[in-house]
Design a protein around this ligand. Structure first.
Ligand code: NIG
Ligand code: FE
Length: 411
């Protein structure tokens, strides 16, 4: 089944298959073709180019897109969309003056979500999570990473990972699973933190590896959560089970988490709201992707990751949502791209690169996602009629998506 899209006002983010990420100055460049065509066969992009070069192409369906643009679907490399209920109460507590850390210290935060999740049946949790997944697909996300980490017991962590597995089976969107048992210390381990780390290493990891339930391992490396030493112990164990690190670092404090990520060859280090020069320098000439989560900064009123400093130091940067009940109850990548431009001073070109090809890299999906490339998945957003692609971040809050194709199918 071949579908041909004609008269595309601008075909955005066209790349050769050899480009797996873009860094530093390259991020300012967003390759496009104006007045273009795109040909897909089943779930794959097979050809594209200028309308002037359109030869004789046969297709089962031909769609005219005059005035509309095409760009690759968003690649959201950091989410926690498997969770139970919500934390609206804490939202109001913060409005009334408490900080995220103060709420966590009095038993709210991650432990609050863990309690809810432990009490929710697998079926009910699947229902809630699949609704969120469907919502983000409608918003233009075509590949997503989902973490565990609201279970914090062997059974509840496995329950979360089984749900992610089931979502993978039931939806066309590409999903990567990350084990985040080290998200917080359960209350009963507050006095004996090593015992919880032992539980992660000796009880959770072997079962996860046996069931092939995760590709990546994550740790919330932060004051009051997991120290650098504890993080390294967990990453070390994860690596033995074949899990690649992707870790939460530098959200509130600088404790050496970025360097630990680099040392353990993390695929990505995420959050980065506070970064010093040593952190930035340690990421130079590595294969670790820095990932910024501007919706989290927005929702918690904390600093934004210093995107300009990182890009000017020659680093790549990816953007993701962090969709979760506590710090970012939103999975809208369109808002992320706008906020990166407005608050982090990224140009539209940089932000779109960060949310597509660099996001794909941060999920190990650059070979199949993140750009309009022959042989890659036919995953793309068709915009409404817009004057330029810069209008996407500019008109923040407007829904400028006409339709979304994932694996060649309109959703
Ligand atoms: O990425 N920072 C750690 N984890 C999540 C939020 C967890 C929560 O508050 O539920 C995050 O922001
Ligand atoms: Fe997160």
């Amino acid at each position: 089944m071949r579908t041909l899209f004609l008269n595309i006002k601008e075909l955005i983010q066209i790349r050769d298959i050899s480009v797996t990420k873009v860094s530093g100055k390259e991020m300012k460049i967003l390759p496009t073709i104006k007045n273009a065509f795109l040909l897909i066969e089943n779930d794959t992009i097979i050809d594209f180019g200028s309308m002037d070069d359109l030869g004789k192409i046969t297709a089962d369906t031909t769609i005219d897109l005059s005035g509309k643009m095409i760009l690759p679907t968003w690649c959201d490399s950091h989410t926690h969309i498997v969770y139970a209920g919500n934390r609206e109460g804490e939202f109001v507590d913060r409005i009334n003056g408490l900080t995220y850390e103060e709420i966590a210290a009095k038993g709210g935060g991650i432990l609050n979500s863990a309690k809810k999740l432990q009490q929710t049946s697998e079926e009910e949790l699947y229902e809630q999570s699949s609704k969120r997944l469907e919502e983000i697909m409608q918003l233009g996300t075509g590949a997503v990473e989902i973490k565990s980490g609201y279970g914090l017991t062997v059974e509840a962590e496995l329950k979360m990972l089984r749900i992610i597995q089931k979502l993978k089976e039931n939806y066309t969107i590409s999903i990567k699973a990350t084990f985040l048992g080290a998200h917080a210390f359960p209350a009963e381990y507050k006095q004996d933190k090593d015992a919880y780390i032992d539980l992660i290493i000796n009880k959770m990891l072997p079962k996860i590896a046996k069931g092939n339930l995760a590709e990546y391992i994550d740790v919330f490396c932060e004051k009051g959560y997991f120290s650098v030493q504890q993080t390294e112990r967990i990453l070390e164990a994860g690596k033995k089970f074949g899990l690649t690190p992707k870790i939460h670092v530098n959200q509130f404090s600088i404790i050496g988490g970025v360097q630990a990520g680099v040392k353990y060859k993390a695929l990505s280090v995420d959050h980065l709201e506070v970064m010093d020069d040593d952190d930035i320098n340690s990421l130079k000439n590595t294969n670790t992707m820095p990932v910024a989560l501007p919706s989290c900064s927005y929702f918690l009123s904390i600093p934004y990751a210093p995107a300009r400093k990182m890009i000017e130091a020659g680093l790549p940067l990816a953007l993701a949502t962090d969709y979760n009940p506590g710090s970012t109850p939103s999975g809208n990548m369109n808002f992320v791209v706008s906020t990166a431009c407005i608050k982090m001073k990224m140009t539209p070109e940089e932000a779109i690169n960060a949310a597509t090809i660099n996001g794909a890299y941060a999920m190990g999906l650059s070979d199949s996602h993140g750009s309009i490339t022959k042989g890659k998945k036919a995953n793309f957003i068709i915009t409404k009629e817009i004057p330029s692609y810069g209008f996407l971040p500019y008109a923040f809050g407007s829904n400028l998506i006409d339709s979304v194709y994932i694996n060649g199918k309109k959703i």
